[in-house]
Design a protein around this ligand. Structure first.
Ligand code: VG1
Ligand code: CO
Length: 543
């Protein structure tokens, strides 16, 4: 089994976005496409001779084939060991944990996360470093640079490895360890949360519905919720990972998790509902007749995390991505801890977590996590909620009412315009950028603009700077508006408009968010001319 050196040439467009390289599956299936990118990762991190890599994915179409290629290339490039999730499965947080626990060199995670899967849908690949977190901007740029001058890749020609049987085998000189993908992560959860209290909650008749959306979290949720915590069988629905996620978008929001929303708003609704995404790093939280927005969930978890044993000492700090609502800031201010505002994407939280500056991080896109790993973690968020519910004995709706009464309510929504013409989307952002200096002091649809800028971030730990991270408009009445283009889409451009309005009047905390945000929505249209520039009169997805 001598490595073969294959001649290749750079392929355009292998530029990683918010979370790794994400493309239509058919693009990944093109000759040399995957191989070029994998070799670029290996070269970009300085080679993998002697390395230990963790490999696994969300089980989508092409997951298994791509893993075989990665293993043959890792062996050909001199890696010493690959640890692979059985069946080729590893949730993103479980992969992050394994990298840390095994002190591996890094990991390759195969996922396009919340994007649909299948031959005509999406595929993705991301590299995580030795801290278990997404590659930093600097490493990502080295990988991208390598895709542009690559001329060869190395691979071994051999039969497929059996990914379904746990145990060790070898591929040339490399050891391949197939491990249970669930156990280590479930064990980690037991160290953070009061499993006895949650077990007692379920034993007392508390009912929950966890919708795994036919994605990777099914086996994790079954093991933790049903086996270890004693929730009745059937608590986890859609729990078997499927290559096409049952034809849906594995995106845990009220649109794509509609069945769960209906169940939670029905007459016989369970006490608690949750869902997670393709690769298990996102979470949706919904109480009986009470949807919790991800930004609010972050704020509540930051406020009450100390009720769980793993966080009893309190939080070192909180971090949120820039478009995420400022609800968490209000909690941090009350607790006297730091609150960091980072660009979109988990890679920016890593240095804060490594340096012990933040304990809990979150994004408005349904991602929440802590310093237990270096990725967001869907099941972790669900368990922290369960721990809080068990200790307080309150319902989700009661906890939200308490929270808003104490801190005020940051009404929040994100409007997505998908598959918009790329030039039109860029033109819209460019036009806003050009007007930024003139906006403060002017009005948009009756709201006075107090501040307007394009977000740049200076990492307080490593000093790196990220620019062009979204247009921010702050209004005199406490409202906020953010415009940015998605970095995870695979078709045209996706314009995201983030809308926020702080409300502290105790009599106005129970409104419909879209209604409460009507003036901000009008200001967005007045400022950006979304309809005229994109031809869209309404968003495709409102979350
Ligand atoms: C989106 C979300 C962002 C998240 C990213 C990856 O990015 O907005 O908050 O970190 O997806 O999440 P963008 O660039 O499309 O807005 V996951 O769960 O898709 O890896
Ligand atoms: Co995800």
């Amino acid at each position: 089994m001598t490595p073969t050196v294959i001649q290749t040439a750079p392929i355009d467009g292998q530029k990683p976005g918010t979370s790794g390289l994400r493309k239509k599956t058919r693009i990944f299936l093109q000759p040399h496409y995957l191989e070029n990118y994998v070799q670029a990762i290996f070269d970009g991190i300085g080679g993998v001779a002697g390395a230990h890599l963790v490999v696994g994915g969300d089980g989508r179409y092409f997951n298994d084939r791509a893993i075989q290629v990665i293993l043959r290339m890792a062996a050909a490039n001199g890696a010493a060991r690959c640890t692979v999730g059985q069946g080729g499965l590893l949730s993103t947080p479980a992969a992050s944990h394994l990298i840390r626990k095994l002190q591996a060199t890094g990991g390759l995670i195969l996922s396009a996360s919340h994007n649909p899967g299948g031959p005509d849908e999406d595929f993705g690949l991301k590299y995580n470093g030795p801290n278990g977190g997404p590659a930093t901007e600097a490493v990502t740029e080295r990988i991208h640079a390598r895709t542009r001058d690559i001329d060869t890749y190395r691979i071994i020609e051999t039969q497929d490895i059996d990914l379904d049987t746990a145990g060790e085998t070898t591929l040339a000189d490399m050891v391949v360890a197939i491990v249970d993908p669930v156990t280590d992560h479930a064990d980690l959860m037991e160290t953070l949360f009061d499993f006895d209290a949650i077990r007692a909650l379920f034993a007392g008749g508390f009912r929950m519905r966890f919708d795994a959306m036919h994605a990777v979290t099914g086996p994790y949720a079954r093991e933790v919720l049903e086996t270890r915590l004693g929730a009745p069988a059937g608590t986890v629905v859609n729990g078997t990972p499927l290559p096409d996620f049952g034809g849906g978008h594995p995106d845990p929001n009220p649109i794509w998790a509609k069945d769960l929303m209906q169940a939670m708003h029905g007459a016989d609704a369970p006490d608690f509902g949750a869902a997670s995404d393709g690769d298990g790093d996102r979470n949706m939280i919904v109480g009986r007749h009470c949807y919790v927005s991800p930004s609010d969930s972050l704020a509540v978890l930051a406020d009450l995390a100390h009720l769980a044993p793993g966080y009893a000492a309190g939080l070192k700090g909180v971090a949120r991505s820039m478009p995420t609502s400022c609800a968490a800031d209000r909690v941090a201010a009350a607790k006297g801890i730091d609150c960091y505002e980072t660009p979109t994407g988990w890679k920016f939280f890593g240095s804060l977590l490594d340096a012990g500056r933040a304990t809990i991080c979150g994004e408005e896109s349904a991602g929440t996590g802590s310093d237990h790993v270096r990725e967001k973690d869907g099941l972790w968020a669900v368990l922290l909620w369960l721990n809080i519910l068990a200790v307080t004995g309150k319902s989700v709706a009661a906890l939200m009412a308490d929270h808003w009464a104490r801190y005020g309510r940051n009404y929040y929504s994100r409007h997505d315009y998908e598959a918009v013409d790329s030039a039109a989307a860029t033109g819209l952002i460019d036009a806003l950028r050009a007007r930024l200096p003139d906006l403060p002091g002017t009005e948009a649809a009756g709201l006075t603009i107090a501040a307007a800028d394009e977000f740049s971030y200076d990492d307080p730990v490593d000093g790196s700077r990220a620019t062009g991270q979204g247009i921010r408009i702050g209004f005199a009445n406490g409202a906020r508006l953010v415009f940015r283009l998605s970095g995870t889409g695979t078709e045209g451009a996706t314009l995201r408009v983030y809308l926020e309005q702080l409300e502290t009047d105790p009599g106005r905390l129970d409104r419909d968010p879209q209604e409460a945000l009507t003036p901000v929505i009008a200001a967005a249209e007045a400022l950006a001319g979304i309809a005229a520039r994109t031809g869209r009169t309404a968003p495709d997805v409102i979350t």
